[in-house]
Write a protein that binds this ligand. Structure first.
Ligand SMILES: NC(=O)c1ccc[n+]([C@@H]2O[C@H](COP(=O)([O-])OP(=O)(O)OC[C@H]3O[C@@H](n4cnc5c(N)ncnc54)[C@H](O)[C@@H]3O)[C@@H](O)[C@H]2O)c1
Length: 254
């Protein structure tokens, strides 16, 4: 995947978990990387740590259209183009549906679905002008099967899956590929939060229990997902569009 060296890659939710590891992996492969995140402190900390002219943090709330436009403009201004745009930012709320407030539902849908819509809308406009592009969405196994206890999250990831397929068929004529990655249970801050909020026991024992849910018998790592992102970003996957690449240790194969 030597071609990654030539690529400009933008990653939303790049200040933590899957997004951060993906950003580090592209950076290590020689790409120019822009991370966009609502967490200013963490984004600035990583920019300072890497201290590289190939790495930029743009403070962004993907639910705000003007932020998405600014992110895209700033990325193009800094590095000349955008080759790969990764819609990765997402949140999970595990309230049972009959207790869920409309505000909670809207907050989840705004980040997980509307944010993907807004960023995709504006990056597609740019990619259409250059007649090439590559969009990768972080979906979830929750977009394929219903995960217990998180109905709204499942619905949001189902929407991301269908948006991926829709954009793939609509924009293939512009040489733009759109795929998604469907992670299983990955060891990230987002999951640690949901583990401790929803289960009894120490984090270590909960993780051990969760590991048993996948035939491979372990939680996924953020690097497992970064590897799938790099494959979809590279030209070696050039005949893939509209695909959902499942990386779940076999969870959905049962
Ligand atoms: N961790 C898992 O097991 C798992 C499994 C399947 C899918 N996913 C998906 O992977 C993606 C990343 O999850 P993660 O586990 O790395 O979570 P995480 O909480 O570690 O990282 C998510 C990042 O998104 C950022 N973010 C949240 N709202 C934002 C907004 N409005 N604008 C910009 N940035 C915002 C957060 O600040 C954070 O840095 C999400 O879309 C999640 O749904 C995670």
């Amino acid at each position: 995947m030597n071609d990654l060296e030539q690529k400009v890659v933008v990653i939303t939710g790049g200040a933590s978990g899957i997004g951060l590891q993906t950003a580090r992996a592209f950076w290590a492969a020689g790409s120019k990387v822009v991370i966009a995140d609502i967490n200013k402190e963490q984004g600035e900390r990583i920019q300072l740590e890497l201290n590289s002219d190939r790495f930029l943090f743009v403070h962004t709330n993907i639910t705000q259209e003007e932020d998405c436009i600014r992110l895209i403009q700033q990325s193009i201004y800094s590095y000349g183009t955008i080759d790969v745009f990764i819609n990765n930012a997402g949140i999970e709320i595990s309230t049972p549906l009959h207790h869920m407030e409309l505000d909670e539902w809207n907050r989840l849908m705004n980040v997980n679905v509307t944010g993907v819509f807004l960023c995709s809308k504006h990056v597609l406009k740019y990619m259409m002008t250059i007649n090439k592009g590559n969009i990768i969405n972080t979906c979830s196994v929750s977009g394929l099967v219903a995960w217990p206890g998180i109905p709204a999250y499942n619905a949001s990831k189902g929407a991301v899956l269908q948006l991926t397929k829709s954009l793939a068929i609509e924009y293939a004529a512009y040489n733009i590929r759109v795929n998604c990655v469907c992670p299983g249970i990955i060891d990230t801050p987002l999951n640690e939060q949901s583990f401790t909020a929803n289960h009894e026991g120490t984090l270590a024992t909960i993780k051990k229990e969760k590991s048993k849910l996948s035939p491979l018998g372990r939680l996924g790592t953020t690097q497992d997902i970064a590897n799938a992102m790099m494959f979809l970003a590279s030209d070696i996957s050039s005949y893939m569009t509209g695909a959902a690449l499942t990386v779940d240790g076999g969870y959905t194969a049962r």
